[in-house]
Design a protein around this ligand. Sequence first.
Ligand SMILES: *Cc1c(COP(=O)(O)O)cnc(C)c1O
Length: 416
Amino acid sequence: MKKTFVTAEQLQEIVKKYPTPFHLYDEKGIRENARRLNSAFAWNPGFKEYFAVKATPNPAILKILKEEGCGVDCSTLTELMMSEKVGFGGNEIMFSSNVTPEEDFVLARRLNSIINLDDITHIDFLERVAGLPETVCCRYNPGNDFKVSSRIMDTPADAKYGFTYEQLVEGFMRLKDKGVKHFGLHSFLVSNTLEHMYYPSLAKTLFKRAVELNKKTGAHIAFINLSGGIGIPYRPEQQEVDIFAISRGVQEAFEEILVPAGMDDVAIFTELGRYMTGPYGCLVATAIHRKNIYKDYIGLDACAANLMRPAMYGAYHHITVMGKENEPHDHKYDVTGGLCENNDKFAIDRMLPKIDIGDLVVIHDTGAHGYAMGYNYNGKLRSAEVLLKEDGSTELIRRAETPADYFATFDFTGIF
Ligand SMILES: *Cc1c(COP(=O)(O)O)cnc(C)c1O
């Protein structure tokens, strides 16, 4: 059974202060998980996790992760700006962008970030608009050489990201000629996988390529970035990954491939998003309507604009009706929001306890790619974000939008 990280009693108190809907984050869970990751990879002295800002772009969350020794992975101008405000700089920022606008590279260079190039043509582009740094990372797309199945990302050959191997060879040589001294290699092939072999298989592929590239071009490979993709158990029957077992698999590949090649100084980097915060956030909503036609519906004050994953991918998010955890789940509901889109359903045919108007409904695992994917369709406003701190107190870490925010980009002067 999946449990919420707040009790029904705690939540009753919290909603007196913050009206639903809102996303709630668990500071204790985030910190403990970050420590677990860092200790799992402690065998690698240079290890660093660069939290994927896009998963949960909130300064309070970034600050917690910074205190736990994490850097940030940014891919846009505003993610860089937010990271700068939180105090990240230099090699605490990995800039992994694609289709990169000029101004983004300019800011990334001003912050002295590590730059991860998505394409060989970006070498000249970066040099022209912002100059080349001493260390450059290149993103690798292994094409059909790396077979994985994933519902979110297709086979690498169909993905828009990265360099081919031939382009890596050419790119490393050109970068070396232009004075680049240290290199990184990056690849991101699967999203949300609970498969323990994903990181070790990816590590093997990248380690082998790193040895070949070092031999062919003489480039010094300073780090290998395994990027994101480790999944979380959204469904109650799924098991959380064993990060220590995953790390051991990477270590074995390291000892098998890099150490004999004399490359034991290579640092391992990750850019995890979902794994870092996903389970430690939830969307808190109130049941505001019940409707019985051909099916039974429960209408919430939250909608897909607060959490798009179910509408977008048919993603499963577990639901707990607070205070009714132990009641029989003998009612079949579609749990919906109020968008004028029939895919605005948090759950379809879900067996739940009988829901009454006013019940607090918790939608689990919204700590990553939850609020972040929010939007304003139908003029719906984005919700607040609240932090449940380690001492049990709460802090508003982003206020809810108001109609004034929605209208802020219009200028009505002179229209009427
Ligand atoms: C989205 C993304 C991540 C994080 O992915 P998760 O699936 O949340 O771990 C990491 N790196 C890059 C470049 C990304 O685009």
